[in-house]
Write a protein that binds this ligand. Structure first.
Ligand code: GSH
Length: 231
């Protein structure tokens, strides 16, 4: 049996972390037997992050991309019927979601004071009260420093919305009148984009970005379809 090491469920999602949700969806699509183990501290994982899976020989495989690779090597094809050209586009959509759109979600959750007040409690409520404030202040400062260095943290909300808009339009155009990105059944790219857009919609306190996605009829219906197909 495979064990998925994941951050806890929250805000109506399989996990606070869209990468953990993506990994769970890939496992579901593969029809393998698996169980979840929730962790709050990923530092002992091979890459110091979640998700990771423990496979039957005892190896721990970190990173949702490596998890996909492992499942594919076990014989599962996530992209049945997807042409070579669409597989290339799929790779680009995954990267756009995971290396750009995702960080706007992080900025929304950790940078926005109203959301931070909720997630601080949700993510770190297990910490003893006496040290919680100090630990969470340090973590927030370090994450905001990273986003500042990336540039996202230097933008106004309006500039961030303008930056992400063409990405969202590209996704909506790709979906078009289909159920999923590359046809009427979910593929690997949907596990990634569905989880990341779902995480944005699930902001505990609505933000301009979460409203932009949740009010988009194509994107919000797509997120709902992904959740229904892969949960
Ligand atoms: N590329 C990784 C990204 C995983 C990732 O960024 N996980 C975050 C949660 S969404 C994490 O573990 N953060 C904890 C940390 O960096 O200390 C994947 O695809 O699995």
């Amino acid at each position: 049996m495979i064990t998925l090491y994941t951050f806890a469920a929250g805000f109506g999602q399989f996990s606070y972390s869209p990468f953990c949700t993506k990994a769970a969806w890939l496992l579901n699509l593969s029809n393998v037997e698996w169980q979840r183990t929730d962790l709050s501290d990923p530092r002992k994982m091979p890459l110091g992050k979640l998700p990771a899976i423990g496979i039957p020989d005892g190896t721990i495989i970190p990173d949702s991309d490596n998890i996909r690779d492992y499942l594919e090597k076990q014989g599962h094809d996530f992209d049945v019927g997807v042409s070579a050209r669409d597989k290339a586009a799929s790779r680009a959509f995954i990267r756009m979601a995971e290396e750009h759109i995702y960080f706007h979600q992080v900025q929304d959750r950790w940078g926005d004071d109203a959301n931070w007040a909720v997630i601080k409690q949700e993510y770190f409520g297990f910490l003893p009260f006496l040290i919680r404030g100090m630990v969470t202040r340090g973590l927030r400062k370090s994450l905001m420093g990273m986003l500042h260095k990336m540039g996202i943290g230097r933008m106004t909300v309006e500039q961030r919305l303008a930056r992400i808009e063409p990405d969202l339009q590209a996704i909506a155009t790709q979906i078009g009148d289909r159920s999923f990105l590359f046809g009427d059944t979910p593929t690997a790219a949907d596990a990634s984009l569905g989880a990341i857009l779902g995480g944005i919609i699930a902001a505990p306190v609505p933000t301009p970005l979460s409203r932009r996605v949740s009010r988009d009829p194509v994107l919000s219906a797509y997120v709902a379809r992904c959740a229904a197909a892969m949960d």
